[in-house]
Design a protein around this ligand. Structure first.
Ligand SMILES: Cc1ncc(COP(=O)(O)O)c(C=O)c1O
Length: 360
């Protein structure tokens, strides 16, 4: 079967040139005399890969000199507890609840200190994220403010970086990292599982400000300690070498294509096209309020769950994959990460028009 249009929420479509480079590197990585899966993480060739990945991420995220980039294991979900283990330590933190992933992060943080949920859209089915200025002032002594920049499941996305006041700013950017220009220097800690916008699953990019390292719990097991991971340059144990290799190639692709500003321009056009189709007819309903709409995960539905299921089945038969909503949310979802193509979005919009004619 040929490769088809892929709207998966993650692991997600990767840029075609990167897939082809990875194919070649499986057999032989230039200079290594072996494939990328077969070489030591401590050798010269892989060392160059990891340094390049770090440098490219620094440039693309606009990081400051006092921020470190780590490549860790365990997915973004490990950061749900690694962050509070290191930084909360019985103190107080503020969390913004905009969907299931932030709820899981809150549940984990509550094990290690006091958590103020300072804003939540739970009561309205996570149909929105806060607008600029919606968050209340944080309680004095709050260590950090945690938010999820893009809500992968329900399809809401912050259009600004919230102001944490005197607290540290912590962001789960798993599903929109490198999709638009942000001032990366503002984040005290930022993390993202790679499998949406950065590469394959198996590596989590963590950016941490050096000033935080002195505040991390020194009693934790070494794998969980950010200062140790920084000192060992993410090589305390064997890192996910293949995943890091692909992240480096994806970052190179983004730079060659014109950087995050170009990614944002393409994404915006694709999102406008899809939301335009949703808004053009009463047959389709967008899940979140227009002001909160994600450019990465477009969540929508037909008039009924039966038609949603039919849409997914017919779309698959037509070569449009991965459009089923998250199992906890139902409905439909089209993911428009950086590697998405205009052709896929055009095919989806045309298929929607046809489906509506047949079932509307
Ligand atoms: C925003 C967000 N945070 C966290 C996660 C969990 O990521 P992982 O599977 O890497 O632990 C996901 C996964 O989809 C996500 O979308």
């Amino acid at each position: 079967m040929a490769r088809e249009h892929n709207f998966s929420a993650g692991p997600a479509a990767l840029p075609e040139p990167v897939i082809r480079e990875a194919q070649e590197a499986l057999w032989e990585l230039p200079g290594a005399g072996a494939g990328v899966l077969e070489i030591s993480h401590r050798g010269k060739v892989f060392d160059a890969v990891v340094h390049s990945a770090r440098d490219r991420l620094r440039r693309l995220l606009g990081l400051a000199e006092d921020q470190e980039v780590l490549f860790l294991h365990g997915g973004a979900r490990t950061q749900f507890y690694q962050v509070p283990l290191n930084l909360l330590r019985g103190g107080r933190a503020a969390y913004v609840e905009t969907g299931a992933w932030s709820t899981y992060a809150i549940d984990d943080a509550r094990r290690y200190g006091e958590v103020d949920v300072v804003w939540s859209s739970r009561d309205t089915g996570f149909d929105r994220v806060p607008a600029r200025g919606d968050l209340p002032p944080l309680a004095s002594g709050t260590r950090y403010l945690h938010y999820t920049s893009n809500n992968t499941i329900y399809g809401g996305q912050f259009d600004h970086v919230p102001d944490p006041g005197d607290a540290w700013l912590v962001c789960d950017a798993s599903s929109d990292i490198l999709s638009r220009p942000v001032d990366g220097a503002r984040f005290d800690l930022l993390y993202a599982g790679a499998q949406k916008n950065l590469g394959p699953s198996g590596v989590t990019v963590v950016v941490v400000r050096r000033g935080l390292l002195d505040h991390c719990d020194p009693e934790l097991p070494s794998m969980l300690r950010y200062p140790v991971q920084v000192a060992k340059e993410s090589m305390l144990n064997t890192p996910s070498t293949f995943a890091i290799f692909v992240v480096e190639r994806v970052c190179a692709w983004i730079e060659a294509e014109g950087g995050v500003a170009e990614m944002a321009r393409r994404t915006e056009a694709r999102a406008q096209q899809l939301y335009g189709a949703i808004d053009a007819s009463d047959f389709w309903t967008g899940r979140v309020q227009p002001a909160s709409r994600s450019r990465m995960n477009v969540a929508f539905r037909t008039p009924s769950a039966e038609l949603d299921a039919r849409f997914v089945a017919e779309a698959e038969a037509a070569g449009l994959r991965g459009l089923k909503g998250h199992r906890s949310a139902g409905g439909l979802r089209a993911s428009l990460y950086n590697a998405q193509t205009d052709a896929a979005v055009e095919a989806l919009v045309a298929f929607m028009a046809d489906f509506e004619v047949r079932h509307g």
